[in-house]
Design a protein around this ligand. Structure first.
Ligand code: ADP
Length: 606
């Protein structure tokens, strides 16, 4: 009777396990399906054995002998099915995919199972009864135990082959389960009337459910994996975008450089117009590429906020001049309204503040046909902190209420029927928002569709009283743009870039020498005197930063002003290069005015 109690508690367990397993949302993997079959197989076997015991207990006679034999043979088939399922289960969680071959592992296991069951049916079985308790002996059970044992050995072989993973959450329970099966089989072999295996398998199913096959845990695992995969794909995409942007800037450098020199050299009016169109289109393309570079760096957490003392008046003058230039002859009144008590000198990242304002002002100019644009700054001072409330208000096309939420998403261009002719990448506001947040600020937007919009940014900056600000070189002090006799060295790994540099430097009448890569650059610098060095940073082999470091460490007399030249031109790069030991920084494509500034600053005799 104790067998029956065992089995009834087993039945209770397996029913609970079945309900829990099948009522939950499951991950659709091969091993989970197999586990489902294992549960069903265990459930049917427990029912079968309960029936066997009941029949045996009430009527073990000639009449029931055939029926009991058949039931026992089916029971034995379960001892082939269940271990083979466990074998497949372990195989799938270990190898995920089938070993290549004529038959898949699943088919091999099914075939072996059918063959073993077939053999088992024809092998003799002996039923024994002791005090109303039935046991079996003979070739049939012995054969089945051997087959089952082979599967268990197979499982152990897989587990031991993957010993490294064995202590993971997945494998450790399986190893314990194998031992449990063997113990159950030994007990049964020693005492054939102790019907322990069906219940043992049920408990093993239950342990598996609570360790490795819990649908909730598997779902979370699967979600984590999916998130990891998505993150990886996103990182790869960001890296790709950033590399592509860099690659695009190199040929763009050639396009802008040669178009500019065409503009200088060619008399023909039409050709000059064409050159202007090329430059204009390149500048638009450059803006898009810069946006992609910026957003990808922000997303990869590669952008830092570089705080230093700055002159707010200078920043604002710059912004106003730039906005007026961008407005051109559009019938728009440009209003400024800067708070009187705003401190002149502050401590913060002025280049990011500039970038934020430029983005907002450029948008207002782009999306406004007529009316006004007001650039306003209020300041609230508390102790030595000044809260800047910057706003840009326009009478432009406005933004639909339902679009406001999408405004700060990257690549989110809105109202395309109206905006189709306005160039943009949909990155400006995404970058702006991220930068504002990186500086601990907030950005909000108010807009009425068809009437206009107002973007407001609140940011805290520290106030500095008597700042030590290195005065910027004033471009207006340049008296001439020709420097005959001055010797320049341009170091770049790209031959086309070297040609462009020679071309853009031509009007300045300097002597230009070129070096192909860092090593050649070092060689030349060691053997000749130069007045200025333009050193590309991103070079294979030795980067610009490495080249400069080597120069400084190996040549004590090295004092030549060195300018970092790079296509990796996101804002904030200048500060980075200054920290790296460069004297200044020039972005590719080289802008004429920037080049004038650099040459004036370092070549003009003062
Ligand atoms: P871009 O201007 O390059 O398309 P942004 O991220 O700067 O990208 O802006 C996203 C979208 O928000 C724009 O495409 C435009 O539809 C809308 N938008 C931004 N600023 C304004 C504005 N001042 N007035 C109207 N719509 C605007």
């Amino acid at each position: 009777m104790s067998n029956l109690y065992f089995l009834i508690s087993g039945l209770f367990c397996i029913v609970l396990n079945l309900v829990l397993f099948f009522s939950k949302e499951r991950v659709d993997t091969k091993e989970t399906k197999i586990y489902g079959y294992m549960l069903i197989s265990s459930f049917l076997d427990v029912l079968l054995v309960i029936a066997e015991i009941s029949i045996c207990y009430h009527n073990f006679s000639e009449d029931t002998f055939l029926l009991l034999t058949i039931l026992n043979k089916i029971d034995l088939i379960h001892y082939i099915v269940w271990p083979s399922l466990l074998f497949l289960y372990v195989y799938y969680i270990t190898y995920k995919e089938n070993i290549k071959g004529y038959l898949s592992i699943k088919n091999k296991v099914i075939l072996t199972g059918i063959l073993s069951a077939f053999i088992e049916i024809f092998l003799p079985i002996k039923l024994i009864s002791q005090d109303g308790v039935m046991g079996i002996t003979g070739y049939a059970p012995s054969f089945v135990y051997i087959v089952a044992l082979l599967y268990i050995l197979g499982i152990m072989a897989i587990l031991l082959k993957n010993l490294k993973k064995i202590f993971s959450r997945k494998y450790a329970p399986l190893l314990v389960l194998c031992v449990l099966i063997v113990v159950a089989a030994i007990v049964r072999a020693v005492n054939p009337t102790l019907i322990i295996i069906p219940s043992a398998l049920v408990y093993i199913d239950l342990i598996m459910f609570h360790t490795i096959e819990n649908p909730d845990v598997k779902l979370i695992e699967e979600l984590n994996l999916a998130r990891e995969r998505a993150d990886r794909a996103n990182r790869a995409k960001t890296e790709f975008l950033s590399n592509m942007s860099h690659e695009i800037r190199t040929p763009l450098n050639a396009i802008v450089g040669f178009s500019n020199s065409l503009l200088d050299d060619v008399e023909n009016e039409k050709a000059r117009d064409d050159a202007k169109y090329i430059i204009n289109a390149s500048e638009n393309l450059l803006e898009i590429v810069n946006g992609i570079l910026d957003i990808s760096k922000i997303e990869a957490n590669k952008i830092e906020i570089v705080n230093k003392n700055y002159n707010m008046e200078e920043v604002l003058d710059n912004l106003v001049a730039l906005s007026k230039a961008r407005l051109g002859d559009k019938p728009i009144e440009f209003r400024t309204n800067f708070s009187e008590d705003m401190p002149k000198y502050m401590y913060g990242d002025s280049s990011r503040i500039k970038q934020i304002c430029v983005n907002l002002l450029t948008n207002s100019i782009k999306y406004t046909k007529e009316g006004y644009i007001e650039f306003k700054i209020d300041s609230v001072i508390k102790g030595d902190v000044c809260r800047l409330i910057l706003s840009v208000e326009d009478t432009g096309i406005g933004i639909k209420e339902e679009d406001i939420d999408k405004l700060f998403e990257k690549f989110g261009r809105l109202d395309l029927e109206k905006n189709i002719s306005i160039e943009g990448s949909g990155l400006g506001l995404a970058i702006t928002k991220k930068l504002v947040e990186m500086m601990g600020g907030k950005i909000v937007v108010q807009s009425e569709y068809g009437k206009g919009s107002k973007f407001t940014v609140a940011l805290d900056q520290s106030i500095v009283d008597a700042p030590e600000i290195k005065e910027e070189f004033d471009i207006s002090t340049i008296v001439k743009h020709e420097y005959p006799g001055k010797k320049l060295l341009v170091v770049d790994d790209n031959k086309l870039n070297l040609k462009v540099a020679e071309k853009v430097l031509e009007p300045f009448q300097v002597i230009v020498e070129t070096a192909n890569g860092g090593d050649e650059g070092i060689e030349k610098i060691k053997n000749a005197e130069y007045d200025l060095i333009l050193l590309d940073d991103m070079m294979p082999g030795k980067t610009g930063v490495e080249t400069l470091k080597e120069l400084k460490s190996t040549m004590e007399t090295f004092k030549t002003p060195t300018i970092a030249l790079t296509a990796n031109a996101i804002s904030g790069m200048r500060e980075k290069y200054l920290v790296d030991g460069f004297d200044d920084y020039l972005a590719k494509p080289i802008e004429k005015d920037e080049l004038k500034r650099i040459l004036g600053k370092y070549l003009q005799d003062r």
